[in-house]
Design a protein around this ligand. Structure first.
Ligand SMILES: Cc1ncc(COP(=O)(O)O)c(C=O)c1O
Length: 407
């Protein structure tokens, strides 16, 4: 798949509709991502789209029709997921259609996690029938307080060892605000005995981010199954679900190899075979892999200037719309086109892409670009995930980017 899900001429068509930067999402790309990933996973693996990657309602509806569950991390995400699920009629042949659709209500396709859940959010999640990922004794106490009947929860564990992380975003095995430290498990489970309405029936571990190496993911999943088995045997937990989190990576630069999802599917099949003790379901919560390649962000060039030998291409949008390059040091793939939709090819050398904000932090990357003038456009590929929702939208009161859909 190309880095750009939408052609330059189609992008130019959106650019002339109204001024200002915008995102375009491709419906066919989103469907293709969902279908490809669903097809390689064994039936005992459930897919829950991580809403934080992109909560656009169109995207949620499309995944909901394909049979998605949703991983939510706030009251706002819970509301969006519930809305998408209650409106979605499953596509024929989809995972939802195969499992009997919505009979059990939308809540059985929602997970609710996060290190700082407020009491009201836990109450709302329980009312919806969502599965809570408890990350502390306090979470368990709130589930106990608000449930009217025994509630199955997953306990998020922060492993003590055996996690290799390529990117350092989630934090490996260092100190973490997420989950219960593995070494404190006995204490937490002992305390949890007081909570008579809480049934710990699942384990959740999320320990990778933008991982492109299927073998490394497989080794992490092995660690998680080992940890789950020890927890089940030592503490008598009847585990029905093991949630392996998200972290499936996508390439952002030429030459980077895409994650081999067929290999991922094979290693999950193998994992289930080797762990005959576990009869329940695995859950994957990918966000970036599903949504990232479906989106393109476009901003018009407002100035091109040179300062002490550096070419600055200044755009109408910057870190108020895309923060990831600043956080990770990795630019999104870029290309350029003119207002009439013709692509601007070639390479006039390095340029620093900046936005319009009055801060030197407002940089979208040092990249190779063709010769550009004010009025041309720069398109950023793979921006369907962790785009505007992760950015500093209100900083300097520029307009928010618009969002469009195309085939
Ligand atoms: C608990 C949890 N699940 C899933 C995800 C999605 O991760 P990704 O978009 O890398 O697949 C995240 C991202 O931070 C997360 O915190």
């Amino acid at each position: 798949m190309s880095f750009f899900a939408v052609s330059d001429s189609a992008l130019a068509g959106f650019a002339v509709r109204a001024p200002g930067p915008f995102f375009v999402y491709s419906r066919s790309a989103a469907r293709e991502r969902w279908d490809r990933l669903s097809a390689v996973l064994p039936p005992r693996v459930r897919l829950a789209y991580a809403v934080k990657a992109n909560p656009n309602p169109g995207l949620l509806s499309l995944f909901a029709r394909g049979g998605a569950a949703f991983d939510c991390a706030s009251g706002g995400e819970l509301d969006r997921a519930a809305r998408a699920l209650s409106k979605a009629r499953p596509r024929s042949g989809s995972r939802a259609a195969a499992s009997g659709g919505e009979e059990a209500g939308p809540g059985n396709r929602i997970f609710y996690g996060g290190p700082g859940k407020r009491a009201e959010e836990i109450r709302r999640a329980l009312r919806l029938g969502a599965r809570i990922h408890a990350e502390s004794v306090e979470d368990l106490a709130l589930v106990d307080r608000f449930s009217r009947k025994p509630a199955a929860v997953n306990l998020r564990i922060h492993p003590a060892a055996g996690i290799e992380e390529g990117s350092r975003i989630i934090g490996g095995t260092g100190p973490s605000a997420f989950g219960v430290d593995e070494e404190n498990l006995a204490r937490v489970l002992h305390t949890a005995k007081r909570f008579t309405r809480v049934r710990i029936e699942g384990i959740h571990v999320f320990a990778a981010s933008n991982e492109l190496d299927a073998d490394r993911l497989a080794r992490t999943y092995d660690t998680v199954l080992g940890l789950s088995r020890r927890a089940s045997e030592s503490f008598g937990l009847d585990l029905r679900q093991i949630d392996l989190g998200g972290g499936l990576g996508i390439a952002y630069a030429p030459g980077e190899e895409e994650l081999d999802i067929e290999a991922l599917g094979r290693s999950l099949r193998d994992l289930l075979e080797r762990n005959g003790w576990f009869r329940g379901e695995l859950v994957l919560e990918p966000g970036r892999w599903l949504a990232g390649p479906c989106g393109v962000y476009v901003a018009r060039v407002v100035r091109v200037k040179e300062s002490r030998g550096v070419r600055f291409v200044i755009l109408e949008g910057g870190i108020n719309h895309l923060l990831r390059p600043l956080l990770t040091g990795q630019p999104f793939p870029v290309r350029a086109f003119r207002a009439d939709g013709t692509s601007v090819e070639g390479n006039s050398g390095p340029a620093t892409l900046t936005g319009p904000l009055c801060t030197s932090l407002d940089r979208l990357g040092d990249v190779l670009l063709p010769g550009l003038d004010a009025g041309d456009y720069v398109a950023f590929g793979r921006t369907g995930a962790y785009g505007f929702t992760e950015a500093m939208g209100r900083f300097l009161c520029h307009p928010e980017p618009r969002e469009y859909w195309t085939r």
